[in-house]
Design a protein around this ligand. Structure first.
Ligand SMILES: C[S@@+](CC[C@H](N)C(=O)[O-])C[C@H]1O[C@@H](n2cnc3c(N)ncnc32)[C@H](O)[C@@H]1O
Length: 174
């Protein structure tokens, strides 16, 4: 999975949480600078204080829905498990931010509803649970995400099935 990430440059991770993905993937990409970000203050403090691989920076505050992303440059964006725990406007904000930063590649990890494919029972339950917790949350339709990506100039390059009914989507700027 991580083999598709660019080998060098700056990768901006959105909604990094406890840096699980950075700690797992970044060591096998030693020449890639991994810049995590999140909005949650405790998460940022936690990430700043744990031992990190040398190519993983301390996380910064970045609200995907905010008007200003506090970063001048990035080559790629990675995010995991954000789209279903956010309002439906998040994919548009994500790809709009990616376009503004002129990144070449966007990687999105998580569950999706794939049109024409039966949704795994686990994801049906997960979706119902998310919507109960917050009516704005829910597993997103892959088609909707593709349309949103296209509006910001990104096209789907590759889809990789991941454990627990997740997908890794790789978008490239068209
Ligand atoms: C389910 S956690 C996923 C954490 C991590 N990516 C992972 O997979 O382990 C969702 C994360 O999204 C962050 N988040 C929610 N809304 C956000 C926003 N508007 N901008 C940036 N991060 C956001 C939360 O603070 C939380 O850390």
């Amino acid at each position: 999975m991580s083999a598709k990430l660019p080998p060098t440059g700056i990768l901006l991770e959105l909604a990094c949480g406890t840096l699980q993905h950075a700690l797992h993937i970044a060591p096998s990409h030693p020449d890639l600078i991994w810049q995590p970000s999140d909005i949650h203050a405790e998460t940022l403090t936690y990430g700043a204080n744990i031992e990190r691989p040398t190519n993983v920076r301390a996380p910064i505050y970045l609200d995907v829905l905010g008007d200003h992303w506090p970063l001048a440059q990035a080559d790629a964006i990675y995010t995991a498990n954000l789209l279903h725990i956010s309002p439906p406007s998040i994919p548009g904000a994500l790809f709009g931010g990616a376009q503004a930063l002129q990144v070449s590649d966007v990687f999105i990890y998580g569950p999706f509803l794939v049109e024409g494919q039966e949704t795994a029972a686990g994801n049906v339950q997960f979706d119902a649970d998310l919507r109960r917790r917050n009516p704005e949350w829910g597993i997103r339709s892959l088609n909707d995400v593709l349309t949103t990506a296209g509006a910001s100039g990104f096209r789907l390059l590759d889809t990789t099935p991941m454990p627990a009914n997740n997908l890794l989507l790789h978008f490239h700027s068209a």
